[in-house]
Design a protein around this ligand. Structure first.
Ligand SMILES: NCc1[nH]cc(CCC(=O)O)c1CC(=O)O
Length: 354
């Protein structure tokens, strides 16, 4: 069956990671739609230019990696765009939809220590296998390279003495900063390392009990025009309902906890035992919102499950509703905890950082 005959133009960012993600989706498209003609349209976004890096925060920063691609879709210069879901704001622009969630890499963050053989790892005799022993390798006040409050706050909950140091740029640039000794450790998305063939740089994969990943981390999302029936039909062949359900739950959690631009938020949903969707969430709010004059964070982590029977799979809207409710109810529970002061308190870091 050929659902489309016209050539499809795929907008993508030009970074090595973005191109790898786009290649993966194009390959799936070619398998699902035999004979389809695909043209890749590489673009540079504001995020790549680093426009948001010089102090831009919140709304300005959200969407910096996807905006140009979306405008290309709206203006008809491209027919689909491949994104890392975690870069896609929860409110989509008018007239655009996420037509497929074709794959998800391992969503966990990883801790990257300097290459094996460096002195501290040898002193322990073996490579660490969990977050706590990996962090034990780092001396007091070690510099943790991350620009993400979500990562900085969660790792400082394990090791409050660590100092979060902003590290900008693409994955390769950040690894170079580590290798040059500008920081003592990095936290990155494991998915990015895997897709770049750099998984061997991951010292420890961080489970959600240590660091809850960003909503959508590791998931690829394909965006298209809502009224482009041909493309939507083609994308439907790539869509995986269980990834869509997870995406809905994580993004509902993110939207409910304040759009994720002001506060550290993490959310990871997945199918367990075949018929339940489990969501782990993390949120921290400035402690001053709970007790006036208190500097630092009030944090909470928790999880919830909802039955998502296979039988309902054909009825995607019911799945989506259940997934959204899961995200919203866990968000409400955790927000209630931090606002009532029942969360875990974390003092502000050195130099006013996270
Ligand atoms: N913040 C940029 C970004 N957007 C998506 C990924 C990783 C790949 C993914 O999550 O799918 C990264 C790099 C990182 O956070 O380390």
């Amino acid at each position: 069956m050929s659902v489309t005959t016209r050539p499809l133009r795929v907008a993508t960012r030009s970074s090595r990671l973005a191109l790898a993600q786009t290649e993966a989706v194009v390959e799936r498209l070619r398998r699902s739609v035999p004979g389809v003609a695909v043209e890749i349209v590489p673009m540079t976004t504001r995020g790549d230019h680093g426009a948001w890096q010089d102090g831009a925060r919140g709304a300005e920063r959200v969407g910096a990696f996807v905006k140009e691609l979306e405008v290309a879709l709206q203006e008809g210069r491209a027919d689909l765009a491949v994104h890392s879901l975690k870069d896609v704001p929860t409110d989509l622009p008018e007239g655009l939809v996420l037509g497929a969630f074709p794959e998800r890499e391992d969503p966990r963050d990883v801790l990257v220590l300097p290459p094996a053989g460096s002195e501290p790892v040898e002193r322990h005799g073996h490579a660490p296998t969990d977050a706590t022993s990996a962090l034990a390798v780092l001396g007091t006040g070690a510099r943790l390279g991350t620009s993400s409050q979500r990562r900085g706050v969660q790792l400082r909950l394990l090791r409050p003495d660590l100092v979060a140091v902003p590290v900008r740029g693409n994955v390769e640039t950040r690894l170079r900063r580590l290798d040059e000794g500008q920081v003592d450790a990095l936290v990155l998305a494991g998915a990015g390392l895997r897709r770049l063939g750099l998984a061997h740089r991951a010292t420890v994969w961080l489970g959600p009990e240590a660091v809850v990943p960003a909503a959508g981390q590791g998931t690829l999302a394909v965006e298209c025009r809502a009224d482009d029936g041909e493309v939507r039909e083609a994308l439907a062949l790539l869509d995986r309902p269980e990834l869509r359900a997870a995406a809905e739950a994580e993004r509902a959690f993110l939207a409910r906890t304040g759009a994720g631009c002001r506060w550290p938020v993490g959310a990871w949903a997945r199918m367990v035992e075949g018929q339940e969707l489990e969501l782990v969430g993390f949120v921290a709010i400035p402690a001053g919102e709970v007790r006036e004059g208190t500097a630092g964070w009030m944090a909470a982590r928790g999880w919830r499950r909802v039955p998502l029977p296979r039988a309902v799979e054909a009825d995607a809207p019911a799945w989506v509703d259940a997934a959204r409710q899961l995200g919203e109810s866990l968000a409400d529970e955790l927000l209630q905890r931090v606002r009532s002061g029942e969360g875990t308190f974390l003092e502000s870091g050195a130099a006013g950082g996270v």
